[in-house]
Design a protein around this ligand. Structure first.
Ligand code: NAP
Ligand code: GLV
Length: 309
């Protein structure tokens, strides 16, 4: 078996070692510019189009992340008929749950305000928020969104979720499609975005949609920077409609030093770390799927190119 590996900005050696442990007899190689040689499987993160050109023998491309936007941007230039497979949780769900729960609790218990007071040497009690009016709305009820909902349910927050197709998640008020979108927004004091980036979801967090959140809302974006119109958020934070935001992802990463978000204390910035790819878990999952494919069995996590995730 020939496995081709490429990960933008990452060290290939630990991945090759992990893949070698899973498939001791496999021929493993790191893709280099000009390598058009045959391969059975490709394991990739943000590959250049040249790597994804039609390649003899290629049976599947495994993305070592949940989001496949960096691959699907190549559209019709992708090799026809070769399945692209995303990571299904692989240890990311619990990390997302930790990140979002932390952010929601920080705002709910007003730790952000206590931090400001403490820096000013102020000992001042602030009345807690009313949980009944601290509803959390999750954009995207897939692998990661449903894990976030499960974690927040432990703290009795009123929960709602929005997806493309209708869902029935116990304890979560479910909305679907465009027809459910406005009601979902009106009902979300804290908006969490964990959508895939597609033609339909780019720019979905903008002046109009964020303006439909209740006054004093909070935004947590752990999906992709391109979901958010950054200037619109800044204006809404500065006019007080949005109280604060926690952002893990940005249009340009790393966030440029001159970006106005750095100067806005109500915007909390993290460097795209909400849910990291865990190498061991990922290779275990990919190896299991390769074995299933070799046996001729179907696998989960194959990306639907038409819907874009
Ligand atoms: P997923 O399992 O594919 O779930 C996607 C959810 O979004 C589904 O519920 C889907 O609806 C919904 N959705 C998609 N398009 C929609 C639309 N147009 N309108 C309404 N709902 C829509 O994806 P996932 O594994 O949860 O991952 C989500 C995203 O998180 C990834 O694509 C990636 O960009 C991001 N991510 C970020 C980090 C980080 O560290 N910041 C880490 C991992 C992932 P249906 O259920 O109806 O299909
Ligand atoms: C990370 O951003 C991922 O999509 O897995």
């Amino acid at each position: 078996m020939r496995i081709l590996f490429y990960a933008e900005g990452g060290k290939p050696e630990p991945w090759l070692a992990e893949l070698k442990t899973a498939f001791p007899a496999a021929q493993l190689r790191v893709w280099q510019e000009g390598d058009n040689e045959p391969a059975d499987y490709a394991v990739v993160w943000k590959p250049p189009l040249a790597m994804l050109q039609p390649r003899a023998g290629l049976k599947a491309v495994f993305n070592v992340g949940a989001g496949v936007d960096a691959i699907l941007q190549f559209g019709d230039a992708l090799p026809a008929g070769v399945p692209i497979v995303r990571l299904d949780d692989a240890g990311m769900g619990v990390q997302m749950a930790e990140y979002v729960t932390h952010a929601v609790l920080r705002y709910f218990r007003r730790f952000d305000e206590f931090e400001v007071q403490a820096r000013a040497g102020q000992w001042r009690f602030l009345k807690p928020h009313d949980k009944e009016h601290f509803s959390v709305g999750i954009l995207g009820l897939g692998v990661l969104g449903s894990r976030i909902a499960q974690a927040l349910a432990h703290f009795d927050f009123p929960l709602s979720g929005w997806s493309r197709t209708p869902k029935n998640v116990p304890g979560v008020q479910c909305y679907a499609g465009q027809e459910g979108f406005d009601a979902f927004l009106h009902n979300s004091r804290v908006l969490v975005c964990v959508l895939p980036l597609t033609a339909e979801t780019g720019g979905i967090l903008n002046r109009v949609t964020l303006g439909r959140l209740p006054p004093g809302a909070y935004l947590i974006n752990v999906a992709r920077g391109a979901h958010l119109v950054e200037d619109d958020l800044l204006a809404l934070v500065q006019n007080g409609h949005i109280t604060a935001a926690t952002l893990d992802v940005f249009h340009e990463e790393p966030l440029p030093p001159a970006h106005p978000f750095w100067q806005e204390p109500r915007i909390t910035i993290t460097p795209h770390m909400a849910a990291l790819t865990l190498r061991e878990d990922s290779v275990r999952q990919i190896a299991g799927k390769i074995r299933a494919l070799e046996r001729g069995e179907p696998i989960a996590g194959v990306v639907d190119l038409t819907r874009g995730y």
